[in-house]
Write a protein that binds this ligand. Sequence first.
Ligand SMILES: Cc1ncc(COP(=O)(O)O)c(C=O)c1O
Length: 458
Amino acid sequence: MNVDAKRLIEQDKAHHVHPQSNLRQHAEHGPTMITHGKGVYIYDTEGNEIIDGFSGLGCVSLGYHNERLSNAAKRQMDILPFAPTFYNRSHPRVAELGERLINLAPGGMNKVMFQCSGSEANDTAIKLLWYTNTARGEPERRKIFGRVRGYHGNTVATVSLSGQPHMHAKFGLPLPEFKHTELPNYYRFHIDGESEEEFSARMAAEFEKLILAEGPETVAAFFAEPAISGGGALMPPEGYWKEMQAVLRKYDIKLVSDEVVCGFGRTGNMWGSETWGMEPDMVSCAKALSAAFFPISALMFKDEMYADMMKNSDEMGTFGHGYTYAGHPVGAAVGLEALDIYEEIDLVGHVRKVSARFLEKCHAMADHPLVAEVRGVGLFCGFELMQDAKARVPFDPALKVGEMVQNFAHDRGLYLRAIGDRMSFMPPLIINEEEIDLATERFKDALDDAWEVVRNKI
Ligand SMILES: Cc1ncc(COP(=O)(O)O)c(C=O)c1O
């Protein structure tokens, strides 16, 4: 490491407080400092070339270098670097992006609001649910369901909605309106002999029990990622969405599909909700909307909800919600360019094509002694690590097996994410078959490295 790199790490260590990080580790060792990227590769100050098997944070869909996107940003900065969307004002790119997104959206969506992050999109969704329920004369419908291990953001409301205990403890959260139903991890939680469909029916029955206990007339919505991402790349079991949606319909509870990770091709369809036959009332998206080149997110919903918003706006004289950078011109320009690129290179078709190889290589790791279950769709795959796969005995958490695999993978030149003892593997959507071969080889080597350590400790 050269002197400049050391200085950067010291600067970062001294002043920069890192989100979602181990603060002690940062104070003692400083950060891994990524200096640049190209294609699916990132490069650190140690001179390592690493395949990004986590797409940054599930967002870098087109890889780390794209002149069309950087030119779109520069062009827009030169023409109009900022324009508010408050006070009935607009600008060309955001008008175009709104129409473009609605044309791509799952059925029934006709309105869109822009924000800068997935958290803000979901937070806006919560506020709109409360706002429109007031207009509909149902102000008591305020409770919102998420799922254990779901992840919807970090604002006070969206983190309450998320089912991540480490993000609640010590913050005095979740807020009382937010409830959580079960994590549909079939492998971990099925009863011996129970089929996936039976398991899904049981999940839906448990959900219905919770709704009835709260009082269905007090429940506004269920937020769900089509496949759970931040909670560990968990694909829904067979029949899950059919069963869950039947319960929602029965009690007139809205479904919000959080497509922040699944949106724009990750699962081999434009939307995760298409992959699993979900019929959402609202859709939030972010990340790949701009291929992660600029912070922008969107929340889409139906005309009937807009009509209720209109009632309140008429009464109050305005719709009292919004962020300064909502529909930022540069974000909108980059988003439009990203959507053009997706269409021109048929990104969804590419994901479908290469995911056959990706999933085949991932499944080939299923009989590794550390691995209990492999399950994926598109370029999105989760690995459950267990001491005894058959008896479903987890490793002693003190062994930190997931973290060990993550670290060995890094040493081998692959960035993967461990969520406890689940590994999440979701490379940039432009990855090709040779890169898939290389990435999965490195993953397998990292599992072998970890097994050498773990086998002597169990
Ligand atoms: C499914 C999902 N929803 C919402 C968010 C929050 O998005 P952001 O970090 O942009 O606020 C994330 C972040 O990873 C996510 O994975």
